[in-house]
Design a protein. Structure first.
Length: 267
């Protein structure tokens, strides 16, 4: 299944590049979601290639395939679509195409994942039996793959999260040197940065959607990192997967750092 998802990610990147500016055109979307031509074509291509034996759950689009199948594939047709549509030139924000395959009801039942980066063409992938791999870097290890200034990413830019943000950034109580609290476009790209050691941690207070959390969870775990629930402090693997939910979480290069951040936020 990993190879199938990798190929779908590769095809999806090609679809976007071939469409060019036409891909940004707004088109009517099923389920009332705002979308663009590129998203629609990615969804149609995935549905056609996965066939009827797999149940495809694509954010904003109708589920297709066999609902009784033991293999569900999730697709966020383009994570960061609004940034893609709003830009009239090459997009400076990361826009990714994440796939995951799940056999069961919990995040621990995710069996494969692949994420494609539209701008760079890089693809990250893993399954439950292989290490997380980058098409550009090879095998990656969370916390041990790249030299960088210590970095914490976060979605705590909302006003209601101001106190938590200030606590994390307090220089007298610092955990990491540098904190980014901004909307980077694609949440999946932030999770991938943890898996590939470009960042040490990501805090999703507002909560990524299940479409985003599922591939991110597997990629980080298979790179040796930790992903815990911000609600319970336990491994996200024990949480029930629901495609309609947002999942507050902490992803970090190891369990120790994840729990440090968890305790500091709760305090």
């Amino acid at each position: 299944m990993k190879e199938i998802l990798e190929e779908l990610a590769r095809q999806s990147i090609l679809i976007v590049k071939r469409l060019g500016e036409k891909g940004r055109k707004n088109v009517p979307a099923p389920k009332g979601k705002r979308t663009c031509l590129a998203e629609l074509k990615i969804y149609e291509n995935a549905a056609a290639n996965l066939g009827n034996d797999v149940y495809l759950l694509a954010e904003g689009f109708p589920a297709v395939g066999n609902p009784d199948s033991n293999m569900k594939v999730t697709l966020d047709t383009m994570d960061g679509t609004l940034y893609y549509v709003r830009q009239k030139s090459l997009n400076p924000f990361p826009i990714t195409i994440p796939f995951s395959a799940i056999q069961g009801d919990n995040y621990k039942d995710i069996v494969a994942a692949a994420v494609g980066d539209i701008t760079s063409g890089e693809i990250w992938s893993a399954d439950k039996f292989t290490q997380t791999r980058s098409s550009a870097l090879g095998d990656v290890v969370a916390g041990d793959n790249r030299e960088h200034n210590s970095l914490l990413q976060s979605d705590m830019y909302f006003l209601e999260n101001a106190s938590a943000r200030l606590n994390i950034k307090n220089p007298e109580n610092t955990i990491l040197d540098r904190v980014e609290c901004q909307n980077a476009g694609s949440i999946v790209s932030q999770l991938v940065r943890v898996a590939t050691s470009e960042a040490d941690a990501y805090i999703g207070v507002g909560g990524p959607t299940s479409w985003e959390a599922a591939p991110g969870y597997l990629l980080i775990k298979q790179a040796g990192g930790s992903v815990i629930s911000l609600n319970t402090g336990k491994d996200l693997g024990e949480e029930t997967f629901s495609s309609d939910e947002r999942v507050p979480l902490i992803a970090a290069r190891n369990e120790e750092l994840a729990m440090q951040l968890y305790n500091q936020i709760k305090a």
